[in-house]
Design a protein. Sequence first.
Length: 407
Amino acid sequence: MEGIGGVVGDGVIGSYVDGLVGRGVVRSAGVERAFRAVRRDLFVERFWVGRDSAYEVGADGWSAEALGLVYADEALITRRDADGSPMSSASQPSVVAMMLEALDLEPGMRVLEIGAGTGYNAALMAEVVGDPRLVTTIDIDPDVVAQTRGLLARAGYGAVEVICGDGALGHAASAPFDRVVATVGCSDISWDWVEQMHPDGLLLVPLDHGGSHPLVKLRLGATGRMTGRIVGWTGFMRMRGDLETSGPWALRPPDVDGRAPDAVRPLFPALERALADSSPVTDTEAEWWRMPSAWYDFHFFACLCDRRAYRGPEGLGLVDDDGASAALIRRDGVRVWGGSGLYEELETAYGRWERLGAPELSLWEVEVVPRGAQSPEFVGSEEVFVVERGRSRQVVKARGRAERAAE
Ligand SMILES: C[S@@+](CC[C@H](N)C(=O)[O-])C[C@H]1O[C@@H](n2cnc3c(N)ncnc32)[C@H](O)[C@@H]1O
């Protein structure tokens, strides 16, 4: 297989895709075929991995080291702002694959993507639906759009419709869409997406939840409400533009730099058990983003209970508005600063989660209605939580394991 000014062997792509299949994130024949057909190296010209120095494609193509990163399970940051914060990227391949599988795409479907980025995902979707003309992708950044149009055309997907604008508005001119997918972290659901969707359509959104982005898969129910489930856990860069509001969470980092905790309490039992069953993490940087999955499950719940819920390099738990008091779970225990009040509240939230059966993310039922709409069947139930967002109200309800097994 010829590269642009270089050579990318079939073996490179082969082992990249085999890795995604082996990890269980690529599961269907259509998605696997797409990953084998689309060359990721054609969708980046310059990138960073983490805070490392930039890699740039030269006249002779990519260096072997850069190519190794392009075909690793790494997000490639392609644009940064003046402070170095990522503004655009090619998302991590395992997240791209998980989302493509969750979309249940079929040949002939019309798709809208919010967050064109490099165009790589748009090209993959074009392969799965069988025609680039069925894919519309939007990016808010005019430089990204200009570059992406060129990259898509060079890779053979020039018929993908690339729109420059705020994805919150969708793109009515190409509606109705069978699928709407956001590949950027959204603080809310845009009702334009719902209106531009086919009645049988599906919406897949990384929806902000305490600074992370659980992946919410929603369909339009008979009642006119969007209902669905959480199908994964992601961490995207945040959407800019009209939906650039902070959610209900304070996301206040603790002000504990250099201050030893007042106390370190034992881990809560289910979190301790999950930790014992998980593989050790030696890198302290990795500790906070590679948590055992039950820890993410609890964090999701803590965010439902308390807008002071926080997750960051210091741990996960609760942080007071002034930042001086915190109760944060880490592998070595629950670190407490500024009195035991927050610790007790965190413990209460944990007890409540445990009484509900320590539900995993996939056990939550999600309903999204326009803000102000009534959700009568849920009022007063203890197992139901409401997240008020700028435009919508999200109602989250735990489903029992037995209830789920009976389906
Ligand atoms: C993680 S990247 C998308 C990755 C992309 N799907 C790919 O395959 O490379 C997120 C993109 O969302 C874009 N973005 C941010 N806010 C947006 C908005 N309101 N509307 C459309 N795009 C937006 C950013 O400019 C960035 O390019």
